[in-house]
Design a protein around this ligand. Sequence first.
Ligand code: GDP
Ligand code: IMO
Ligand code: MG
Length: 423
Amino acid sequence: MPNTIVVGAQWGDEGKGKIVDFLTETADVVARAQGGNNAGHTVISGGIKYVLHLIPSGILWSNKLNVIGNGVVLDPIGLCEEIDKLRGQGLTITSENLIISDCAHLAMPYHRGLDQAREVQRGDKKIGTTGRGIGPSYADKVERTGLRGSALRDPDSLCDEVAERIKEHNVFVTSQGIAPVDAEVLLPKLRAAAEMLAPHVTNTVVALHEAIEAGKNVLFEGAQGTYLDIDHGTYPFVTSSNTTAGGACTGSGVPPRFISDVVAVAKAYTTRVGSGPFITENDDIGDMLHNMGREFGATTGRARRCGWLDMVLVRYACMVNGASELAITNLDGLDGLDEIKICTAYELDGKTIHYPPSTIAEIERCKPIYESHQGWKQDLSGAQSFADLPPNALAYLDRVAELARTPIKLLGIGPAREQTLRR
Ligand code: GDP
Ligand code: IMO
Ligand code: MG
């Protein structure tokens, strides 16, 4: 398998973790290049459920190198908790199989405080962030005041610097009614985290290039999705990084020339967590999926908003990401329906449009144009290959591929590793 980028084609939670896990079998290196522990990637393997936030899903496989790249914002305390939890589930995590970029920016306790305080300040216009300090961490990076992975090597100076910043930020945080960051509790945790993580910190650009030169394959695990991208998403209801394919290159130091494939992952319907426009949102679909115990967020536990598959979004995502193939997940979520709708275009101010508009005001005026498909009314979860799928399910997939102008090569019909079919 050549170097491959896996990205989300919707608003995150498309099942990227599961697809990355499936593709890791033939990869040598799995790298995260953007986002932070706002991500929550659920992978079920050997009957055990793992939730990854910062650590690449390749950690579930032995003998794979996992890289947290320069484009990531890394919460050291959160990462240590994640490592401890995964070790408790029986995984081996060492500085041999998990390396962290010395240029990754640190998401600090005061960033979380700021994130939450700014949400309060936004009132009705709140973004519905995960509260993990992602926006403020990237803001410091771009403002050129951030602390980087290399700072983990000197816990004394790091804690001194962070103590100063906590004091400064607590003034604003408390003015918004959010509890101040307690330095006495957090600094010892930060020091312990820095000591634990320091052996993992290295120049990951060199490590990635050495691996590629040695003929190894790198899989880039995207976090969030195309419509949460800071440039291409439904701004301002987005995250603070480039979640699209280009972000994998800038966030890892692996140039575009070395990338062969881009896999765009989309659910067979649409979900979104947090605020912002959602043209095909449909409460009946949401109730159905929530009653099945599905579509609750892996990071915050929030119920995800749900709706019909919006192919205007998926088509544009395939274009922006240069998708060479599509992975459709959660097809089994539609098993019980008589009628299944696909949004093929929008009506905006009396005109039919085939691409998503860029302003929230225009998106809010769009009405979905649907076509209707007959359901298959059959449990798909045991299918072993595409040949086992009923004709109505195959027709649905064919139409999705046609509208996306991208072939569907992978299909998810259940949450477990084995419930991924390859065409
Ligand atoms: P990610 O953030 O893109 O990795 O996606 P999440 O893990 O946050 O959310 C996807 C959810 O769907 C998780 O609960 C997965 O276990 C589950 N999932 C992924 N693919 C499938 C599928 O094909 N069928 C079913 N039933 N569940 C799936
Ligand atoms: P994965 O990788 C779904 C959403 C939040 C909020 C917006 C901004 O699991 O697909 P942030 O905390 O990033 O500043 O929040 O982005 N969001 C996600 N939604 N999946 C994710 O990651 C997300 N990461 C952030 O809900 O609307
Ligand atoms: Mg997720």
